[in-house]
Design a protein around this ligand. Structure first.
Ligand code: BG6
Length: 523
């Protein structure tokens, strides 16, 4: 088969300079309180994101960040955050702006289930508020293990911290939001008993990624794609979230989660919704959420035969020997937790009837790649068969539109071109490739920047609604129950560094298709 030629797409700097810049949205002064602040997320993602917002002058003049966790960390907390911002946010050690930023960080030790501690926290927040003239605005960020979510919410409620006479109060809740339909409903119920839905920001960091947001622009700001974006032209869709990482010391969390809960029910369903939704009437939270919900509601129950689970054994990932999942720290040596999940589903509506969506997510895969592949139907190719000397038309590949979410964000379109200088009509696949970084320069955003900013501004567009969360759980809970009822006998069933278990290939092979394993940017 011919090798693929890539035609890069460039952005004209003049065009870019003419794009009107929107008015920068800067939140009102406020206090951000992070519960579970001694965990990895705060140091690796949240604080670096906040620092970048500060650098870009997107934080208010007056703000305070208060880390809350059980350990008595004191001033050490701000120093740990400084290190995190340098290590994960690329800040310069001697940057004077870093000192200024760190001066806004404080720490408050608290036991999540001790009401007395919340009363003290309230006093401390009121003190900071007064000292910095903040005006009552508070954003509570729940980055703890999920079992503490309700304790925190209810204690905030009991201490009358969920509302403020002067300012706005909101709560950001990290995933996982529940572990099945019943627990998600219960959590929603308890959250909404304290905070109104307008105050609740259920975060899915995938929605903060530029390429994910670009899906809406790509689909609805371009005239040529939307007319072919349906069952008449698209044969099927593949969505892959492949990671080379393992569980990275999060064994106890992952043992209870598994790939379906960790990535498929949330991140992948968000990607699927943005590929499949109808044009919303505006980019306002309500319109976008309504259209996403309609997509999820149109998915019929997923037959167990259309699901595959896997667990990695030892292997070689990017040149390094790695251990199998069962040998990871604090993982059951006989664990039945899946580190890979694949499935086929359909969306039973006018646009998508009969178009399968294949989803797969796995840890310790061959390559890190999060991609959406839209495979188009082929035209009749008979004339190529009839032409003497030409290759068989079965070798002509269908058009493929690839949306790369990471690591090399971009969009590529594969089409067939005639191999030059031969009289035969031999067709070679070529690729038109738009790469975000070469076009717009490197973005430092990790998804959290945009989402933190939106939460501070009270914009819920990129956050999940309670109905959405419950609908996606209602799809996956029966699958999880069926899996739990039958412990897999064949685990581990894929080598670390492979493309997952062989049985996942059958999901597509039985329909004459194959997984795309040529993921990533073509040179
Ligand atoms: C998190 C999961 O939500 O997403 C992790 O808990 C996973 O297990 C991560 O590694 C993937 O995020 P990203 O942005 O690296 O694709």
């Amino acid at each position: 088969m011919a090798t693929m030629t890539t035609i890069p797409i460039r952005v004209n700097p003049e065009d870019l300079s003419q794009v009107p810049k929107g008015k920068e949205r800067i939140p009102e002064p406020g206090i951000l309180v992070i519960f579970g602040a001694s965990g990895d997320l705060t140091k690796r993602k949240l604080l670096p994101a906040l620092y970048h917002l500060r650098q870009n002058n997107l934080l208010p003049r007056e703000f305070a960040i208060v880390g809350v966790a059980r350990r008595p960390l004191g001033d050490q907390f701000a120093e740990d955050m400084r290190e995190g911002i340098i290590e994960f946010g690329g800040a310069d050690l001697h940057d004077s702006k870093l000192d200024e930023f760190v001066s806004h960080i404080g720490y408050f030790p608290l036991h999540f289930d001790d009401p007395g501690h919340y009363a003290d926290l309230k006093t401390e927040l009121d003190r900071i508020d007064k000292e910095r003239n903040i005006g009552g605005n508070r954003l509570f960020y729940l980055a703890t293990a999920p079992e503490f979510f309700t304790d925190i919410i209810e204690n905030l409620g009991a201490q009358e911290m969920a509302h403020s006479e002067k300012g706005q109060v909101a709560v950001v809740i990290e995933k996982p939001f529940g572990h099945d339909l019943e627990s998600a409903r219960e959590l929603n119920h308890r959250v909404n008993a304290v905070f109104s839905e307008r105050q609740v920001f259920r975060i899915d960091h995938y929605l903060g990624k530029e390429t994910v947001q670009n899906l809406l622009v790509f689909r609805f700001a371009n005239g040529i794609f939307e007319p072919v974006w349906n069952r008449n032209y698209i044969s099927h869709v593949q969505i892959t979230v492949a990671e080379t990482l393992g569980v990275e010391g999060r064994g106890p969390f992952y043992e209870k989660a598994g790939a379906l809960r960790d990535v498929v029910q949330n991140h992948m369903m968000e990607l699927l919704a943005l590929v499949a939704l109808e044009p919303p009437s505006s980019f306002e939270a309500e319109s976008v959420r309504r259209e996403k919900l309609k997509v999820w509601q149109a998915i019929p129950p997923i037959p167990i035969l259309n699901t595959v689970r896997g667990q990695y054994g030892p292997g070689i990932v990017v040149g390094q020997h790695v251990i199998g999942y069962r040998d990871e720290e604090r993982v059951d040596p006989d664990s039945g937790t899946e580190t890979y999940a694949a499935l086929r589903l359909e969306i039973e509506n006018w646009r998508w009837a009969g178009v399968p969506f294949y989803l797969r997510a796995g840890k310790r895969m061959k390559k890190r790649a999060t991609e959406i592949g839209i495979l188009f139907k082929q035209p009749p190719l008979l004339i190529f068969n009839r032409m003497q000397g030409s290759g068989p038309c079965s070798e002509i590949q269908p058009n493929l539109l690839t949306i790369r979410i990471q690591p090399d964000e971009g969009i590529a379109l594969r089409f067939g071109a005639k191999v030059p200088t031969t009289p035969e009509m031999n067709v070679c696949p070529v690729n038109m490739d738009f790469d975000y970084e070469s076009a717009f320069g490197k973005s430092s955003a990790n998804g959290y920047e945009r989402l933190l900013l939106d939460a501070m501004l009270g914009d819920q567009t990129l956050f999940s609604h309670r109905d959405g969360v419950e609908t996606t759980w209602s799809l996956y809970t029966p699958v999880l129950q069926a899996w739990a009822a039958k412990k897999p006998q064949v685990f581990p069933n894929y080598f670390a560094g492979s493309w997952g278990p062989e049985c996942a290939d059958h999901l597509l092979e039985r329909e004459g298709r194959v997984w795309r394993n040529d993921l990533g940017r073509k040179a």
